[in-house]
Write a protein that binds this ligand. Structure first.
Ligand code: ADP
Length: 556
């Protein structure tokens, strides 16, 4: 690059000087030309002043004394050369010479007589043409000398400029070389480039620019990936720096706290986290790097917040405190299940404990001889068996529920629902008879894809209840058409306040009545579970003392 710069600069200097030389040469030549013209005109005037009509030699002598190179010619008016200072011998007629034709005008032309380019001017004086001429070569000599000196000066200036420019360029280009060296550290270069070649620098810049573009693209892609993961994860993430500012937050957190991301970033975390206990824990984590977890409630949702302290400098700004990452997991469902399970175990133990207490009581009384009478013993035994059966029924239904809960993919059959209804009605005929119930069936052939045992359980529980909670001489209307099964009874009905709860485990409107009728409180919970397993919709219409109607939509 340095060489190129020197060469370029030298060429510029040289060309500029050449142009200067040519222009000044032309100007000098013009000026000189004009001066010479004026000069020979003035010599002509002098000659005119001196000339009397015949004193050729005297006139010539005076003029040549002043300017020896001048040619002076005397020509008669008919063109005959009377006297000439340079030409020898007989000369042809000069009447057709341009300077004779255009008297007073300076003419530059080639002289056939002297074989030279000359400048002429002529006039008429004392009946004779008086002509003064000067060879152009004498004019050109001046220009030639000037050009020669100029060219030598030009060469000297060019060489001097090269010598001066070399070290200056070296110094000037030093920072540029440093830039090139630095660039070479950023990118690996290949090819036959020299550091002082401008192409190398341009090549390096191109490469660095491409590399930067690629890096920027990579970084953008990485950011998009990270943003996608952060914003699509099923957990909330919020990162707080040691100076208590929110550094990073994902969409999940914004949704929990109903805030916009741009309003949270770089704000104090207290702006986002309003839970006092959580604020305390964050503060502790920042100060003491303590890792912990906490359950908080936001609206009606429960979250488990896990704290993770981070010691990265971009979060701590190199102080001794920590940054904290909080991970929010929604545990509302798990919590609910936990509560349901707790309640279920409490209820189950209670449900099982009471028949067991009765059984133990009777057996102790028999053992201790408190009951001796045969009839009393028979009654006690019958009650014991009844309670044991109740326990058995509860345990069977608990087992059934547990099986349903753990089922992942039930075995699917083509189930003829009307056939199942008829079978169940048959098997319950005694109970139906005991209550003098009238059964009205309106059944179309409907085949449903589900597990047969589940279908039996579903229909049996609903028909059982329709019988159990019916009045004497009541009715049960069962209708099956397309995807709808309706079981309506004329029973005791369910008050509105209980209607949403009767599907809960062990929930009974009238505990005593249910017990008396051999109910476990799990029948409708099983029905509900089977429906949700197959996405069937179950609905209920009921009014106290006016009967109940359950409808199952198999296709919903
Ligand atoms: P249970 O074993 O007590 O019948 P279920 O889960 O089958 O338990 O029913 C829960 C409660 O819903 C019952 O105790 C009863 O109070 C009420 N119930 C269910 N079906 C009917 C119905 N057809 N008529 C009136 N009450 C009903």
């Amino acid at each position: 690059m340095r060489k190129k710069l020197i060469i370029t600069n030298s060429i510029i200097v040289f060309v500029s000087l050449v142009i200067l030389l040519i222009v000044s040469g032309i100007i000098i030549s013009k000026v000189n030309d004009n001066n010479t013209k004026e000069e020979i005109k003035s010599y002509l005037n002098i000659a005119e002043g001196v000339f009397t009509g015949s004193n050729y030699t005297e006139t010539v002598e005076i003029i040549n004394n002043a300017k020896p190179t001048l040619r002076i010619t005397f020509i008669s008016l008919d063109g005959e050369v009377l006297y000439d200072t340079l030409a020898e011998g007989e000369l042809d007629s000069h009447s057709n010479r341009p300077e004779i034709i255009n008297l007073g005008t300076v003419v530059t032309r080639y002289s056939d007589t002297l074989s030279l380019r000359m400048m002429y001017v002529a006039s008429v004086d004392s009946g004779v043409y008086l002509r003064v001429a000067i060879p152009i070569s004498s004019v050109n000599n001046i220009i030639f000398n000037f050009m020669l000196v100029s060219i030598i000066t030009l060469i000297i200036i060019t060489i001097l400029s090269i010598l001066i420019m070399m070290p200056i360029n070296k110094e000037t280009l030093k920072p540029l070389k440093k830039v090139v060296d630095k660039m070479e550290k950023i990118v690996e270069f290949s090819g036959d480039y020299y550091y002082d070649n401008i192409e190398t620098l341009s090549h390096h810049i191109d490469k660095v620019s491409n590399l930067l573009n690629e890096r920027i693209k990579d970084v953008e892609e990485e950011k998009q990936k990270v943003d996608f993961i952060l914003n699509n994860m099923n957990q909330g993430l919020i990162v707080i720096s040691s100076d208590k500012k929110v550094v990073l937050v994902n969409d999940y957190i914004c949704n929990i706290f109903n805030l916009k991301k741009e309003n949270i970033i770089n704000k104090d975390y207290l702006y986002v986290i309003r839970d006092v206990e959580l604020q305390k824990q964050i503060s502790k984590a920042i100060e003491d790097s303590l890792i912990s977890s906490l359950e908080i409630k936001v609206s009606d949702q429960v979250y488990l917040v896990y704290f993770n302290t981070i010691k990265n400098s971009w979060l701590t700004h190199s102080n001794s405190k920590s940054g904290v990452a909080l991970l929010f997991t929604n545990i509302t469902k798990t919590k609910k299940i936990e509560i349901i399970k707790k309640e279920f175990f409490a209820n189950a133990s209670h449900e099982l404990k009471s028949p067991l207490t009765t059984i133990i009581g009777y057996q102790q009384m028999i053992q201790e001889g408190i009951i001796k009478d045969k009839k009393e013993i028979e009654l006690a035994t019958a009650n014991t068996i009844k309670e044991a059966n109740r326990m058995n029924a509860i345990l069977s239904e608990m087992l059934e529920l547990s099986k349903l809960e753990n089922i992942k993919k039930p075995k699917i059959d083509d189930v003829d629902i009307s056939l199942i209804i008829k079978d169940i009605i048959n098997s319950c005929s005694n109970n139906i008879k005991n209550k003098n119930l009238s059964i009205n069936l309106d059944l179309k052939d409907v085949i449903i894809k589900m597990n047969t045992d589940h279908a039996i359980h579903l229909v049996r529980n609903l028909i059982d209840n329709a019988i159990k909670y019916n009045i004497d001489q009541g009715f049960i209307n069962i209708k099956l058409d397309k995807n709808l099964l309706t079981i309506a009874d004329s029973g005791i009905g369910i008050d509105e306040e209980h209607q949403t709860r009767i599907f809960e485990r062990f929930y009974r409107v009238d505990k005593g009545k249910s017990k008396e009728l051999g109910g476990t409180g799990l029948g409708l919970a099983i029905v509900k579970h089977i429906c949700s397993l197959y996405n069937f919709n179950i609905s209920l219409k009921s009014k106290k003392n006016q009967g109940t109607e359950f409808t199952i939509d198999f296709k919903s």
